[in-house]
Design a protein around this ligand. Structure first.
Ligand code: MG
Length: 354
């Protein structure tokens, strides 16, 4: 008998179109419906309940150690960054650990120490949690869920005050995907694709020559500086699964505006570009874990760029494009002179990168 039932595939967890349809057709059918300021249905980086920003993120990266990071650093950074990009300061985390039978205690302790260090960098604490153990199978060591809460700060307010100087119709209280306005500049904080390629190289034992490392890091301290010292940040995302292509399409769809980016401005390491060409991957669709993409009011874009460039996390930042009402969706002005549509990817081309 033919099996006509549909099943979960790896693509359902890869960001992009397939995952979005799973979320829309199944998750949103049964979850959500809360009367809160930023609900589940907004599908933004985190929810807003009263003045609390709330987020949960599960990490199942394979392997659990990879060049430049590990699952523990990834789990803490993922939740911290999702709370920070809304404009809030994360301050308390909960940690759910699912450990696989056979995980060495040395590796377990390495992961815990890495989480401790990442929490220190981000000035957050893990305050509650739970631990379960499952039989040996395919987890690859462990799965970690980090939930967290964040709050408004003076930086949140300062950023909004600056936006309102330039946009008198602006009434959002948070930095949301739907906030972009025509003329806003699009900035990325650094090179794209590093994390995905680093994990892929660890999965496949590939040698890319110079050793590409993951960019995984908490960005809340940097983000707070941007909001506090400059301001004018209208929309912000961490371009994780699905990469820049997915993040920009989220911005464009939710804001109902077009985004035009310039190919020659998009920062990509030479070795990442070369590896992507060899493997048939588009670096714009590969996930990052230590980068942000921002929509900034035009008048503040150069100052935001300058601040970013003065930091180690943002030294390769670039203004890559602008918001427009000339078309809908996302397009890229290519170096050879044409315009190419940047569609929402089907899914991140590399499995289990987070
Ligand atoms: Mg995010």
């Amino acid at each position: 008998m033919k099996d006509t039932e549909e099943h979960i595939t790896m693509l359902h967890g890869a960001g992009g179109q397939v995952m979005h349809s799973l979320v829309e057709n199944y998750i949103l059918k049964y979850f959500g419906g809360a009367n809160v300021e930023v609900p589940l249905e907004a599908l933004d980086d985190a929810a807003v309940v009263g003045d609390v920003v709330f987020k949960s993120d599960t990490h199942a990266v394979k392997p659990i150690f990879f060049p430049g990071g590990d699952i523990g650093r990834l789990a803490v950074s993922g939740t911290v960054n999702d709370i920070a990009v809304i404009g809030a300061e994360p301050y308390a985390l909960a940690c759910g650990l699912v450990l696989e039978e056979g995980l060495s205690l040395v590796d377990f302790e390495r992961i815990l120490a890495s989480m401790n260090k990442t929490c220190s960098e981000a000035s957050v604490s893990i305050v509650t949690g739970d631990t379960k153990v499952v039989e040996k199978g395919v987890l690859g060591g462990c799965v970690i869920t980090i939930s967290g809460i964040g709050r408004r700060t003076t930086a949140t307010e300062k950023n909004l005050t600056v936006i309102k100087e330039f946009r008198n119709d602006f009434n959002a209280r948070w930095i949301l995907d739907s906030n972009l306005g025509v003329g806003d500049k699009i900035i990325v904080s650094g090179t794209l694709g590093d994390h995905g390629l680093a994990v892929l190289s660890a999965q496949e034992g590939l040698k890319f020559g110079s050793g590409i490392e993951s960019d995984v890091k908490p960005l809340n301290v940097l983000i707070r500086r941007l909001l506090d010292e400059i301001g004018g940040v209208v929309a912000m995302k961490d371009p994780t699964r699905g990469g820049l292509a997915d993040a920009l399409n989220e911005f464009s769809e939710k804001s109902g505006k077009g985004i035009l980016i310039q190919e020659d401005k998009v920062p990509i390491r030479k070795d990442v570009q070369t590896a992507c060409e060899m493997l048939g991957l588009d670096p714009l669709e590969v996930g990052n874990e230590g980068k942000i993409v921002l929509g900034v009011v035009e008048a503040k874009a150069e100052q935001v760029l300058e601040l970013l460039k003065g930091t180690s996390a943002g030294e390769n930042a670039e203004i890559i494009g602008q918001v427009t009402n000339e078309f809908k969706g996302v397009a890229m002005q290519t170096v050879v002179g044409g315009k190419k549509i940047i569609a929402r990817p089907i899914g991140d081309p590399i499995p289990r990168i987070c």
